[in-house]
Design a protein around this ligand. Structure first.
Ligand code: ZN
Length: 307
């Protein structure tokens, strides 16, 4: 079984203006690097379906889902917050992005793929149950987690979030769900300025100061994430794979390198091997320095795809 690579052309059509950092070229940079490194030939490509209303209302309110459809413009842009806009293609892209993670869960749980990476945008982890924000419309990873729980009856699912920003939306959706553990690391104080006071046995939020490097990141993973995950014994792991903590990324001020992304992916695979029948679904979140983004995703996928 190989690693599944799930995307859709609609994800290239959504954009938020020529100067917005969350731009279609991000996906091109990733695919170019995977092709150049030869990794793409070893992945099993899949086309993302559209998520359904029934799947999305597990994680968003029907009123919010309807409001997204109503906001979608016929031309130009509709702003949902100062950083987050829709163009005429955004709604389809968001439904494909969530549909990718749902398909990934089906492929991995059904043993058609060992693990999966969803190369999609818009990202999702800032989208709350009833609010778009931070470049995110629908919480893709949450839709996949809810699908694993509701359609496949999993009882313990872990979300691992190493994006440089706190995944406030995922926390909002799952804070009171005993079947979900979330472990995260994020720059603090920094957008969206939450996550620090909400720590619990199942919300393992680890803030890092600006300027922190891979040494601090690895120490936090070893000290906080791994013991928590071993206690929880997840049956499946979902990764909110943001690469904006890279030292080349101008949107934030952490200093991770490709080797740190490979290292943490190895640790996640070890947990998945021990408790979760190797089940991992990873989905792209942030990452805005294009060459570093391409190399970091390749490092992440190389580990996921190792026998
Ligand atoms: Zn981010």
């Amino acid at each position: 079984m190989r690693t599944a690579f799930i995307s859709h052309p609609d994800c290239l059509l959504h954009h938020m203006g020529p100067y917005h950092p969350e731009r279609p070229a991000r996906l091109k940079a990733i695919e170019d690097e995977l092709a150049a490194s030869g990794l793409m030939d070893r992945l099993e490509r899949h086309v993302a379906p559209l998520a359904t209303f029934e799947q999305l209302k597990r994680v968003h309110t029907p009123k919010y889902i309807a409001s997204l459809a109503a906001a979608a413009p016929a031309t130009g842009f509709a702003y949902l917050d100062p950083d987050t806009a829709m163009n005429p293609y955004s709604l389809a892209a968001a439904y494909r992005a969530a549909g990718a993670v749902i398909l990934a869960a089906d492929l991995v749980i059904g043993e058609h793929a060992e693990n999966a990476f969803c190369c999609v945008r818009p990202p999702g982890h800032h989208a709350e149950r009833n609010r778009a924000m931070g470049f995110c419309l629908i919480n893709n990873i949450a839709a996949g987690v809810a699908h694993a729980i509701r359609a496949h009856a999993l009882e313990r699912v872990a979300v691992v979030d190493f994006d440089v920003h706190h995944g406030n939306g995922t926390e909002d959706i799952f804070r009171n769900n005993p079947r979900v553990m979330m472990v995260s690391i994020f720059q603090h104080p920094f957008y969206p300025y939450g996550g620090v006071t909400g720590r619990s046995g199942r919300m393992v939020n680890i803030p890092l100061a600006a300027g922190s490097n891979g040494h601090a990141f690895r120490a936090a993973v070893n000290e906080f994430w791994l013991p928590a995950l071993k206690r929880f014994k997840p049956q499946m792991l979902f990764i909110s794979a943001g690469f904006d903590a890279h030292q080349d990324d101008d949107l934030a001020s952490l200093n991770l390198l490709e080797a740190d992304y490979a290292w943490v992916t190895e640790r996640i695979r070890e947990i998945a091997h021990e408790y979760a029948n190797n089940r991992i679904v990873s989905a792209l979140e942030g990452g805005y320095a294009l060459p570093a983004l391409g190399r970091s995703v390749a490092a992440h996928l190389k580990v996921l795809n190792e026998p």
